[in-house]
Design a protein around this ligand. Structure first.
Ligand SMILES: [Zn+2]
Length: 103
C-alpha cells in the first residue's frame, strides 16, 4: 500500500515534504498548479491555516474576480505535475527550522 493511503496528506507542509504540487481548479475552467513549498510559505507568512481543507476555501480565482462572476469553491488536488504558478520560495533557513520542529 502506498504511504499516502496509510498516512494521508493533511496540509501544505506535508505536501511539500512529499513533493506533491497543488492543483487548484475553478468551475470556470481556470486551473493553477502551485509549488507546495511556495504555497506553504505564502500561507505561513500570512499566518493562515495550511490544512488542505482551509487552503481550498482561501483560494480565489482571478478570472472570476476580474469578470465579477459569483465565486465558486475551487477543487484542490495533489498532483505530480509541474507547477504553472510562480510564488516566492520559502526562506531555506525557515523551511529547515520548521522541518526540525515537525519531525
Ligand atoms: Zn473561476
Amino acid at each position: 500500500m502506498s504511504r499516502d493511503l496509510v498516512n494521508p496528506i493533511q496540509d501544505l507542509f506535508d505536501a511539500a515534504v512529499r513533493h506533491h504540487t497543488i492543483k487548484v481548479s475553478c468551475g470556470c475552467g481556470n486551473v493553477g498548479i502551485f509549488d507546495p513549498h511556495a504555497l506553504w510559505w505564502h500561507f505561513e507568512r500570512k499566518g493562515w491555516n495550511d490544512k488542505l481543507s482551509a487552503v481550498r476555501k482561501r483560494m480565489r480565482c482571478l478570472q472570476c474576480y476580474v469578470g465579477k462572476r459569483k465565486r465558486t469553491l475551487a477543487a484542490l488536488e495533489l498532483t505530480s505535475e509541474a507547477h504553472t504558478r510562480q510564488l516566492p520560495m520559502p526562506d531555506i533557513i525557515e523551511w529547515k527550522r520548521q522541518l526540525r520542529r515537525r519531525r
